[in-house]
Ligand binder design. Structure first.
Ligand code: MSP
Length: 513
């Protein structure tokens, strides 16, 4: 089995500060990266910033800053956000880096050599905000302004010499590719959208601009810069040292296991990117997953709408893990989801403080008092104990399969149910009434501690910091995190000391409580 796993986030435009939508893509990618890592995979997890194009050039001009300096500053805030979000990324790529420019120019040369690029003239609509070309039928007029129907962003007319990529030639090979790789576009609901777009006919794509200069130069034609999407998409292979395809990173991690993106940029990833790669004789990625949007009052968050929720403010107020948990649990993965502070607070109180935090505190306090602070030694599982413990063994493979289908909802439901069952088990078994039957008391404590360990491991990809705090009860560290070990019902070393831990999550006092 191939035990390498390569996951990417979109690379973000540093045209403004990061917002919750960016945090969402990154947190979800981190969830998968951490899960795969704890399941024994070599994981390469890439994120970064997309720094070329007219959008960035104009944003810098507005601030009166030199473009690269502007990018340096904002890219830094994205890099810092990766740390604040506790992302376990392997690399952070900037498209202004040398390694990337070299890679993009090589890909261009490759496409040119294969006769996939030619010089002509582009006349049509362009949205700077989306950095995308639109056909006439994709445009509407509102209040005397031409806007793209799909994104509602303003378009402008472009009339200039341009290099073109022979996208039309790749229509049939793309359709064949989708057919042979039915999981390439996920979720399923988004697949049809893409396929019917391709079936409607693909026009050759303008892949260079002449009227501005902030970009990677077209090799042998200094008057043109390479279209920002051809530039940006290539980041996924630049980070693996393309054009050197025989280096270790490329050999191990390409094709990518999954490009995780928002649904707004599916067309670029599911049509243009595989077409460029097929044309350059490089294998396309295995999967492109287009997740939904985080909505604030039912609208996509964006700078122009002024409805941005700042992840840093939320983290400052509630802490990082509650935010990670909330986004992963409450936004049904693949769909759009509204977020609110009210629901976030409910989530902290019910799931994190009451269910998980309380279970950890209760069983450790009980064990410290009644089992001399040690993992019980003499234990004998009965049917009830076995039933609750074996549920993890029985679901081990299911969980793997569901994660490979990006079914985060399954994963989180499994955890929420497990927490409920664990609290119920401890209550129903009433160990405090078993002081005359120490073997039974010890077995209940051991079973519950084992469950705390298993759930803490399952929570690791979601709330890594809190999971590690909980595992300190058993003196376990990040190195001990192994998904497979949740299938072991006798993992905890009998006789080892149990450590008291600090409260994991503080309950939020609510005004109407
Ligand atoms: N630079 C391009 C991507 C190039 S990838 C080769 C880009 N950047 S972006 O900064 O505008 O947005 C990147 C991603 O942020 C979106 O695709 C999406 O994943 C995420 N989100 C931005 N706003 C979002 C929401 N409101 N909700 C959820 N995610 C959204 O596009």
């Amino acid at each position: 089995m191939n035990k390498n796993f390569y996951i990417t986030t979109p690379i973000y435009y540093p045209s403004a500060k990061p917002h919750m939508g960016h945090a969402y893509s990154s947190i979800i990618a981190d969830f998968f990266a951490r899960f795969k890592r704890m399941d024994g995979f070599n994981v390469f997890f890439l994120t970064g910033t997309d720094e070329h194009g007219l959008k960035i050039q104009r944003a810098a001009e507005q601030k009166g800053l030199e473009t690269l300096k502007f990018c340096d500053e904002l890219s830094k805030t994205f890099k810092e956000l990766s740390k604040t979000l506790n992302l376990s990324n392997t690399d952070f790529i900037r498209t202004t880096e040398q390694r990337h420019q070299k890679s993009v120019q090589s890909l261009w040369n490759q496409l040119k050599e294969n006769d996939n690029i030619y010089l002509s003239k582009y006349s049509g609509w362009y949205s700077v905000s989306d950095e995308a070309f639109y056909n006439d039928d994709e445009i509407e007029e509102i209040d005397d302004k031409k806007i793209a129907i799909s994104s509602k962003s303003i378009v402008e007319w472009v009339d200039e010499e341009s290099y073109f990529f022979r996208l039309s030639k790749w229509e049939k090979p793309l359709l064949d590719f989708y057919e042979k790789n039915p999981n390439f576009i996920s979720p399923e609901s988004r697949k049809n959208e893409v396929i019917s777009f391709v079936k409607n006919g693909l026009k050759d794509l303008s892949v260079s601009r002449k009227s501005f200069s902030w970009g990677i130069k077209v090799p042998n034609d200094k008057n043109h810069v390479i279209y920002v999407w051809l530039d940006a998409l290539t980041n996924y292979i630049s980070a693996l040292n393309y054009p050197n395809k025989s280096n270790d990173l490329f050999k191990k991690f390409w094709p990518a296991s999954i490009h995780l993106i928002g649904k707004d940029i599916l067309r670029f990833h599911a049509i243009y990117w595989p077409a460029f790669l097929l044309a350059a004789k490089i294998e396309p990625p295995k999967k492109v997953y287009g997740h939904g949007w985080i909505l604030s009052n039912d609208e996509k968050m964006s700078k122009s709408k002024g409805n941005i929720l700042d992840p840093l403010e939320i983290i400052e107020k509630y802490g990082l893990d509650p935010l990670r948990y909330y986004l992963i649990k409450e936004v049904s993965f693949g769909n759009d989801g509204n977020i609110s502070q009210q629901r976030l607070e409910d989530c902290i109180n019910s799931d994190l403080a009451n269910n998980f935090g309380n279970l950890c505190q209760r069983v450790t306090a009980f064990a410290i008092k009644n089992c001399k602070s040690k993992i019980p030694i003499k234990i004998k599982f009965n049917k009830d104990d076995q039933k609750i413990l074996n549920n993890y063994i029985e679901n081990l493979n299911n969980i793997r399969i569901e994660i490979d289908n990006q079914n985060i909802n399954f994963y989180i439901n499994f955890i929420v149910n497990s927490l409920f069952e664990a609290n119920k088990y401890f209550n129903d078994q009433e160990p405090w009434k078993k002081k005359n039957d120490h073997e039974r008391l010890d077995t209940i404590v051991y079973t519950t501690l084992e469950i705390v360990r298993k759930i803490s491991i399952l929570l690791y990809p979601i709330i890594p910091e809190s999971s590690l705090k909980a595992l300190k009860i058993f003196d376990l560290t990040e190195e001990d995190i192994d998904f497979n070990s949740i299938g072991n019902n006798n993992f905890l070393k009998k006789g080892n000391l149990i450590k008291k831990i600090d409260i994991l999550f503080n309950k939020i006092e609510k005004k109407n409580d």
